[in-house]
Design a protein around this ligand. Structure first.
Ligand code: SF4
Length: 415
């Protein structure tokens, strides 16, 4: 039986403004149906595609193939006028499902599927367009085509090795949702609360508790975390060096998803990435030149507080976190096998990473909303991106949780 598809209670808005960002530097994993359709379209016989691969073998988001890129990272089907060649020559329905659906996203849950938007689209990040609720019929049609609302979804473990029923898991996910949208506090402080909640839940001896007692514990922890922050926001203290290294390594993964700084995979860029990794660990002096157009800056500059910044510049980062928590996409999409605690830690770290990247992207000048939307695109592209959804990333997060440094990282880089 199909799950009912519903928009989020928070109004999200989107319409396509044809900026072409989704056709540059993003990865389009192909399902078996997409592959069959593309093969039937016989692009190898098209005069413009002879000798050009339109499909590449690369594992991403649980699929083994994706649409090929040109050297500049743009989709092989993107035309100079910004249009998609498949769409232009064969019509909308001939495109892979992800291209037709983007940025709409269906998140199947227990008894319902939520319709949300991927904020990797700048129009979605800016909430520009019609309410997503008005696009429900269109999304239902696409979701039906691939059975996206037919899947039975198992609850993710609440922490490694501890799976619970849906009602108990829902209590934990609900607490996380409320903590990230608690309007009594600024976004950066909500995330500190969320991370304290994760730490307390992670360390609590929950295995002997039945589901009802676990739900009660989640409620108690949720109510207590605002008292736990201590002097975190009154005294500005840097994170421990080991935590700062892990933070920079995570941030470096997101730089590679920035829509303006596509780095073509090659041996020389691999060597460059190895050098970048070394510099990220050292964390002193000039930042590595990841792309010729990326601004020059020093690591020291990125440690400085942001100071007074227009609230509108924080808003897209906060919306990314809030809507992920509301749809549960952070826990249910693109991170198979992760526990809720780990997924919530990953969600929380996107905010300080985003503001660290903003310091870098706008080094030597005032940050703009365009800078912010580019960075939100990079952060959202992290969903399903191998280096940010695999074992290595999970290990980094576990170390940060064990060092107790997460809230301090958020307080240090998030403002
Ligand atoms: S990124 Fe968004 S606004 Fe830009 S072309 Fe893609 S769907 Fe349209």
């Amino acid at each position: 039986m199909s799950l009912p598809l519903k928009p989020l209670p928070t109004v999200e808005r989107w319409d396509c403004h044809q900026c072409g960002v989704c056709c540059r530097g993003s990865v389009v994993p192909l399902s078996d149906e997409d592959l069959a359709r593309l093969k039937a379209q016989k692009w190898e016989e098209h005069p413009d595609y002879q000798g050009t691969k339109v499909i590449t073998r690369e594992s991403w988001g649980g699929r083994d193939y994706r649409l090929a890129h040109r050297d500049d990272g743009s989709c092989v089907f993107l035309l100079p006028d910004g249009l998609c060649r498949i769409h232009k020559e064969l019509g909308f329905d001939a495109k892979p499902l992800i291209c037709r659906m983007f940025p709409l996203q269906v998140v199947p849950r227990d008894g319902v599927a939520m319709l949300t938007i991927r904020r990797a689209c700048p129009s979605a990040a800016a909430d520009r367009g019609r309410p997503v609720a008005e696009q429900l019929d269109f999304a239902k049609k696409l979701a039906r085509e691939r059975g996206l609302t037919d899947q039975k979804v198992e609850p993710p473990p609440i922490k490694p090795g501890e799976s619970r029923s849906w009602p108990a898991t829902r209590r934990v996910l609900g607490a996380i949702q409320r903590l990230t949208s608690d309007e009594r506090f600024p976004p950066v402080r909500r995330l500190a609360h969320l991370l304290l909640f994760c730490r307390l839940l992670d360390r609590a001896k929950t295995k002997p508790l039945d589901d009802a007692k676990l739900g009660e514990l989640a409620d108690v922890l949720e109510a207590s975390v605002s008292e736990e922050v201590g002097d975190l926001f009154s005294t500005r203290r840097p994170p421990q060096p080991a935590a700062a290294v892990l933070f920079r390594q995570i941030a470096a993964e997101y730089v590679r998803l920035h829509p303006r700084y596509y780095v073509r995979p090659s041996w020389s860029t691999r060597l460059g990435l190895a050098w970048t990794a070394f510099k990220m660990i050292r964390g002193r002096g000039p930042l590595p030149r990841l792309h010729p157009q990326f601004p020059t800056a020093t690591f020291e500059q990125l440690e400085a507080p942001l100071g007074r910044m227009d609230a509108a510049l924080y808003q897209p980062f906060a919306r990314l976190v809030e809507t992920s928590a509301e749809s549960w996409s952070y826990a249910l999409a693109g991170r198979a096998g992760w526990s809720v605690v780990e997924s919530a830690a990953q969600l929380a770290i996107t905010y300080p990473v985003g503001l660290w990247l903003l310091r870098w992207a706008s080094a030597g000048r005032e940050p703009t909303l365009e800078d912010v939307f580019d960075i939100v695109t990079a952060l959202d592209r992290g969903q399903g991106y191998g280096p940010l959804s695999g074992a290595k990333q999970r290990q980094r997060l576990r170390v940060l949780l064990s060092l107790d440094e997460f809230p301090r990282l958020v307080a240090w880089y998030g403002r």
